[in-house]
Ligand binder design. Structure first.
Ligand code: ITT
Length: 191
């Protein structure tokens, strides 16, 4: 089955290529000369994932898989959440802003989780969802060089940040890995 990945995020693209290896043939928007800017005006990850998946499925006439994800911090009442990508202009600035907002927050107040909703949309309008969450806390300083986004600041229960995990280790525990495995199970039914 050919599936178009409805994302412009290079970090997500790399992870999906590994997560769906052998299950589906993934196509990337660039390969099809497709450049779509979908406004993420939804108030939930699910709404935004569906918006992106539907837009790409309609434009390409191919089954399209979108990921809407983000980091939810307890002490910030779930922020940055659906606004994670727009929290600041670059990964470094997003990390700096988060550290700044958590200044003075002790260990117990730094709980956070990554959330990921996947939506697979078919050109005929059918949509399928899967979900994954990964719980941990916000470190006091960034560590590690793997991954992308907030990974260097997200500390897992084993004491390592997500950016200190290899891509294979991240796939086993991450919000995206969990959601992808759930979607892969559903794809078994669709094939
Ligand atoms: P697309 O909409 O094109 O897929 P995006 O980066 O705008 O790309 P989102 O709106 O879903 O995607 O924003 C998710 C943001 O949350 C992302 O840009 C990162 O900053 C953060 N994020 C999501 N998953 C992450 C992960 O596995 N590791 C670190 N940060 C992550």
């Amino acid at each position: 089955m050919n599936i178009l990945l409805a994302t412009q995020n290079q970090g997500k693209l790399r992870e999906f290529a590994a997560l769906f290896k052998g299950v589906a043939t993934l196509l990337f928007p660039g390969e099809l000369g497709l450049c779509l800017e979908v406004e993420e005006t939804g108030e939930s990850f699910a709404e935004n994932a569906e918006r992106k998946a539907q837009a790409f499925a309609q434009a390409s006439k191919l089954p399209s898989l979108a990921d809407d994800s983000g980091l939810c911090v307890d002490a910030l009442q779930g922020a940055p959440g659906v606004h994670s990508a727009r929290y600041a202009a670059s990964d470094a600035e997003r990390i700096a802003r988060l550290l700044d907002e958590l200044k003075g927050c002790f260990e117990a107040q730094r709980a956070a989780h990554f959330s990921c909703i996947l939506c697979l949309a078919f050109p005929d309008g059918r949509v399928f969802f899967s979900k994954g969450e990964c719980h941990g806390k916000i470190a006091y300083a960034p560590r590690g060089s793997h991954g992308f986004g907030y990974d260097p600041l997200f500390e897992l229960p084993n004491g390592k940040t997500m950016a200190e995990l290899t891509p294979q280790e991240k796939a086993l525990v991450s919000h995206r890995g969990l959601a992808a495995r759930q979607m892969r199970t559903q794809l078994g039914v669709f094939r």
